[in-house]
Design a protein around this ligand. Structure first.
Ligand code: NAD
Length: 325
């Protein structure tokens, strides 16, 4: 896409944890007329439809994807519709169908309509044989969850559409995303969001991962920044495309609890481990090396553990005081 062509953006799965905030970030950057938000569910709570055009779209219907791309003269697609790790592990066949079938339909629409495409991969694209400390950009990827299988296949498919058909596909491997807008949709890192709601409401939290489980995490404003910046990056500088390791912090549940205690001194945490999610978490990196993203398109997060915790507590405390939690 030429530098002077305005972006016209389709977001799939836009009512989810990431999409509901990313769609608004894209609106701020490119204008409300240039973002079309879609999801398989109706926007009953007017989360997005009060700010940007909203349409129902099932990514498993290829003609519908193509039609909406043409109707809105879309040239960039943020493809977020997917089943997350814990959900796909419970319903693996559906996880494969939605994650792979949806991606293929969107890639074909991008190909025939000359669109750029953003695909979010995940720390779930790694597995137990991956080096888990300082996980390199290019390394062993043999995940054991259905979610991870679809993310590795998705990364490869996006690269294939670039090399074979010239589709401008790009992506990042998101870590656990922490946010206070929409609740997470059934991932392994959901604890790092739930803990804040429980801390504000009840001053205690029962964690489904055990002490010592280190995972990469990122605050939502940084996730939005990564998704926008990788798509705006100068293609001449990109040695990688799908997908860049990006991280902002890594911590264990007890480290997060200690940080929360700086704001809520009588907060307590206990543990009731969910074996399925613990197994997934144990197979994911303790922390990633995101040097390639820093080098190739200037990735730099704004929020560390302390800054993220302060902001989460400020926002949720205010909402709690207003009776909105
Ligand atoms: P989410 O589960 O909160 O939202 C997904 C959305 O997709 C939902 O609103 C759902 O209604 C929609 N959807 C499901 N099936 C659909 C279909 N057939 N057609 C259209 N829409 C459909 O997920 P999220 O956390 O916002 O994640 C978005 C993307 O980012 C996913 O690809 C996910 O794998 C990836 N990701 C998320 C995280 C995280 O921590 N949230 C981390 C790494 C990667």
């Amino acid at each position: 896409m030429g530098t002077h062509t305005p972006r016209r953006i389709l977001v799939t799965g836009a009512l989810g944890q990431i999409g509901s905030e990313l769609a608004l970030g894209l609106k701020d950057r490119y204008g409300a007329d240039n973002v079309i938000a879609t999801d398989i569910q109706p926007d009953t709570r007017k989360k997005l439809s009060s700010a940007v055009p909203f349409a129902l779209l099932d990514v498993l219907a290829p003609e519908a994807v193509d039609t909406i791309v043409q109707k809105y003269r879309v040239n960039t697609i943020y493809h977020l519709a997917a089943l997350l790790s814990a959900v796909a592990e419970k319903r693996p066949r559906e996880g494969w169908d939605i994650n792979m079938g949806g991606l293929l339909n969107v890639l074909d629409a991008a190909r025939s309509n000359k669109c750029s495409m953003f695909f979010p991969s995940s720390i779930g694209a790694f597995g137990p044989s991956t080096p888990l400390d300082g996980t390199p950009q290019d390394t062993i990827q043999r995940p054991e969850s259905m979610y991870g299988v679809t993310k590795v296949a998705g990364e490869l498919l996006c690269d294939y559409y670039f090399t074979r058909f010239g589709v401008d596909t790009r992506g990042v491997r998101f870590p656990g995303i922490i946010s206070n807008g929409t609740l997470p949709g059934g991932g392994t890192t959901d604890y790092a969001v739930e803990i804040f709601y429980s801390a504000i409401k009840e001053k205690k939290y029962t964690c489904f991962l055990k002490q010592g489980t280190s995972l990469d995490m990122m605050y939502m404003p940084d996730a939005i920044k990564a998704a926008i910046n990788v798509m705006e990056a100068d293609p001449a500088r990109l040695k990688h495309r799908n997908s860049f390791n990006v991280t902002a912090m890594h911590f264990t549940p007890e480290m997060l609890a200690a940080e929360i205690r700086k704001h809520i001194p009588d907060f307590t945490i206990d543990y009731r481990v969910d074996p399925m999610r613990q197994r997934i978490a144990d197979s994911w990196p303790n922390y990633m090396d995101d040097g390639a993203a820093r080098e190739e398109w200037g990735w730099m997060p704004d929020y560390d553990l302390a800054a993220m915790t302060t902001d989460m507590i400020r926002v949720l405390r205010r909402r709690h005081e207003q009776g909105l939690l």
